[in-house]
Design a protein around this ligand. Structure first.
Ligand code: FE2
Ligand code: FE2
Length: 206
């Protein structure tokens, strides 16, 4: 399954991520799902782990077409990829899942950016969103800023205003307390790292 994904995404390049970013995002989201389901709060719920695992690995498969059509900016490419994913995912998983499970995976993927109905969709949404809070996003910020020819100070300004506001809003939208705790910890580390970079820039660490 992972090899299939690598084949589909490895040649693609996107803004705020670069080469292979989408492939690694899918692998990471799957990894986060496996960690989240160990938390008692989530483990006690009823869900189909196999369906959830496959859905998490393929949840952004719809972006493949966006990227092929040249929408390299993740903000522009975002629109409609859940619906596209729902339409095309069957081609990638029909040899490993029953028809019943395929329709469950399709529903979860089609729903992964809207109000969730299934427990599986909630878990996937939290795992997907967890990638948004930690210092790893510095890589994405630098990549994006570099393409847009933004200055370092503009990036600081963006982070402490709009960027931070978006993260706090996303944190509140998480479904499980366990996810919120992880997100808070990651966001705190992100802010500490940004503070350190700023201190260095202005010589305040000397
Ligand atoms: Fe998505
Ligand atoms: Fe995603």
């Amino acid at each position: 399954m992972k090899q299939k994904l690598r084949d589909e995404f490895s040649d693609y390049y996107e803004l705020a991520g670069g080469k292979d970013y989408r492939f690694h995002h899918l692998i990471r989201t799957h990894r986060y799902v496996l960690k989240l389901v160990e938390r008692p709060e989530i483990n006690d719920l009823e869900f189909d782990l196999r369906v959830l695992e496959v859905a998490s690995l393929f949840h952004d498969i719809g972006r493949k077409e966006d990227i092929e059509e040249g929408f390299l900016d993740p903000i522009e490419a975002h629109e409609g990829h859940a619906e596209t994913g729902e339409e095309i995912v069957e081609d990638f998983v029909s040899d490993i899942l029953s028809d019943k499970d395929i329709s469950k995976v399709k529903e979860i993927i089609g729903n992964h950016h809207s109000e969730p109905e299934k427990v599986e969709t909630k878990i996937l949404q939290d795992a997907d969103t967890l990638g948004f809070f930690g210092p790893m996003n510095i890589w994405r910020m630098i990549h994006y800023a570099s393409d847009k020819e933004r200055e370092l100070e503009e990036t600081f300004e963006y982070f402490w205003t709009e960027g931070r506001r978006q993260k706090q809003e996303k944190l509140e939208s998480l479904h499980f307390e366990s996810s919120k705790r992880i997100a808070r910890r990651r966001l705190q580390k992100f802010e500490e790292t940004m503070n350190e970079i700023e201190k260095e820039h202005y010589g305040e660490d000397i």
